[in-house]
Ligand binder design. Structure first.
Ligand code: PLP
Length: 408
């Protein structure tokens, strides 16, 4: 038997079924026209933002990293809740524009920005988080051609990373950002050549559950920003401090102690050095804002036995939930939080392997999991599906196509 991860709070049982936003799983599937289906919960998005606002000092803004979930309804819902949007492509820019988000609230990071992407961002007035000297030169040239001073911040490749981070974004050679020691020269060059100086972006890692690691990273980021701002000369307009707050996916994971992170940050920002005194500060968060707000629902198509093992074969799979299948950067496969949505809250009765419909043994949603007995037609729920699900999975693989998505 292998345990499943912890189911996020805020999900209810109605008539023996999982309910999201007050509607049962079956009702949601009927409304969406079938399975597989991602359901995103407004109530969860709102609750998470309220918790964050309560914990963080008012001085520190919250940006939404659109890559976590670029569904138009999710972007539109987040628009009045967050301060800014961080995008990673011109495609994400178009989604933000379609949601009516002002370009002044958007910043664009990511290596390999094409000229057309730089042009679209500069023309719109988006801040570019510049990833290299070469990108800076192209941005200046495009700005000159358009007759627009490009808004540019420099993304720093720091010499440290967030410890305990699922994905480290600093500390050694990286394709992201400019090595810290070269940042002052680049910043001065950009300013001297007509860029509108927007400050620094220092993103050190993601998916961290340790408050101590986050506090340490934030302290390092503020120290580095201070040094760099002094070396550049003059006050820093803005500092994107990165994010990194993770969510519990696996057995034994516990939530980030947000109160502790907020208290340490409040203490730190109450005592900033002169060069950061007027700096606009923000954090950049993706999965922490939306991950627990999403549930992936798929249907049991077949129930079969093989050598004494029961398989629940669903119409879902890794083509929508690559991360839950264990194939998105995990070394050892562990079970995401999952349940039989149509028998929610019922006692576990049997050990099953819940698999998808793709013809690869990689396509597993839960291994050796204790579940109530499920029959063909029952619905399976995979939780923590609000981030890096629908758009971070190979939905064209084997021709099954994408899952539907609804916000309730
Ligand atoms: N911003 C940048 C620059 C990133 O590299 C990442 C993830 O790697 C994120 C934001 C979002 O991270 P998360 O969804 O874990 O908050």
């Amino acid at each position: 038997m292998k345990p499943v991860g912890p189911i996020p709070s805020g999900y209810a049982t109605v008539d023996g079924e999982l309910a999201i936003g007050g509607r049962t799983a079956r009702a949601l599937v009927a409304e969406a026209g079938g399975t597989p289906l991602f359901v995103y919960s407004r109530a969860h998005l709102d609750a998470r933002m309220a918790e964050l606002r309560a914990a963080l000092p008012a001085r520190v803004g919250v940006n939404y990293a659109v890559k976590a979930n670029p569904h138009p309804a999710v972007i539109a819902h987040m628009a009045p809740l967050v301060d800014g949007f961080d995008i990673a492509s011109a495609g994400e820019l178009r989604l933000c524009e379609a949601a009516g988000i002002d370009a002044g609230r958007i910043s664009f990071a990511g290596p390999g920005k094409r000229d057309a992407e730089l042009e679209a961002a500069i023309a719109a007035g988006v801040t570019l988080n510049c990833e290299s000297e070469g990108e800076g030169a192209r941005a200046l040239a495009i700005g000159e051609r358009l007759g627009i001073a490009p808004r540019i911040a420099v993304r720093v490749n720091p010499s440290f990373a967030m410890t305990g981070s699922g994905m480290k974004m600093g500390g050694g050679p990286k394709q992201f950002g400019v090595d810290a020691e070269r940042v002052p020269a680049l910043a001065r060059h950009l300013i001297a050549h007509g860029a509108e100086w927007r400050g620094l972006h220092i993103f050190t890692g993601s998916q961290t559950l340790s408050a101590e690691a986050i506090i340490e990273a934030q302290a390092n980021v503020l120290n580095l920003a201070t040094e760099l701002a002094e070396a550049i000369g003059g006050p820093l307009p803005k500092l994107n401090m990165g994010g990194g707050l993770g969510i519990p996916y696996f057995p034994g994971d516990t939530p980030v102690d947000l109160a502790k992170v907020g208290a340490a940050l409040a203490e730190r920002v109450a005592d900033l050095p002169e060069v950061l005194a007027g700096t606009e500060l923000c954090m950049e968060l993706g999965r922490y804002l939306v991950g627990e707000a999403g549930v992936y629902l798929c249907r049991v198509i077949d129930r079969k036995e093989s050598h004494g093992t029961t398989f629940l074969v669903t119409d879902g799979g890794l083509h929508h939930q690559l991360a839950a299948s264990g194939n998105f950067g995990t070394v050892v496969r562990r079970n995401y939080p999952s349940a039989i949505a149509t028998r929610y809250g019922a006692q576990g009765e049997e050990e099953v392997n819940i698999v998808g419909c793709l013809c690869t043994p990689l396509d597993r949603l839960a291994d050796n999991a204790l579940m109530p007995r499920a029959e063909v037609g029952d619905l399976v729920a995979v939780f923590c599906a609000g981030a890096y699900g629908a758009t971070a999975s190979p939905s064209a693989f084997l021709g099954h196509g994408p899952a539907a998505e609804i916000l309730v």
